[in-house]
Design a protein around this ligand. Structure first.
Ligand SMILES: [Zn+2]
Length: 187
């Protein structure tokens, strides 16, 4: 969770070098539609908290359900969510903002990186199998990216991580707040 002004960084004039990409390309994703629907129905989040909707008053919350920004009058909720498809010690739960009411979910985007993220600093973590351990962080691939950190090509950095066969998917987190932002996998 983070107001989208917090970690937006300006300026990107650096030349970007070519990087290898996974053969089929990269698909970006938000929260799992089914898991979001279940949470809305249960009205309990992944940490056991009751879901408490509130109305956007022009705050432009960064929504993780449909990777859009909330509009005035929409009901949203800050909820604890675990964006992992498996259980392991690495399955973390943290705060995200979602529409409190049904929304388009993943149908709202086409798998490309939404524009709201293209100039933001992010922490990237690769998850997969490493050193015979399943469902783990692949530690040596993690990186801090963004124009202010000498790695302006976020899509290229993620594609680079996904060329590593140990990586199942990449998660992006906000730098200061640490909140989950989006995921990416091989198409
Ligand atoms: Zn939504």
């Amino acid at each position: 969770m983070s107001n989208n002004t917090v970690d937006t960084l300006q300026g990107n004039t650096s030349a970007e070098r070519a990087r290898p990409e996974p053969a089929g390309g990269v698909e970006f994703f938000g929260l799992d539609d089914h898991a979001v629907r279940q949470l809305r129905i249960a009205k309990i989040d992944h940490a056991g908290n009751p879901v408490r909707p509130f109305v956007d008053r022009g705050d432009q919350w960064p929504l993780r359900c449909c990777l859009a920004t909330s509009r005035p009058g929409e009901r949203v909720a800050i909820v604890a969510f675990s964006p992992f498809p498996w259980n392991s010690p690495y399955r973390a739960t943290g705060p995200v903002v979602i529409h409190a009411d049904p929304c388009a979910g993943s149908a709202a985007f086409d798998g490309a990186l939404p524009a709201q993220f293209s100039d933001q600093a992010k922490i990237l973590r690769g998850y997969g199998t490493d050193d015979d351990r399943e469902h783990t962080i692949v530690y040596d691939l993690g990186r801090l990216v963004g124009p202010a950190h000498g790695r302006p090509n976020i899509v290229g950095e993620i594609a680079d991580m996904l060329t590593d066969p140990r990586v199942e998917f990449v998660h992006a987190y906000n730098v200061l707040a640490g909140c989950y932002a989006f995921g990416a996998r091989r198409r």
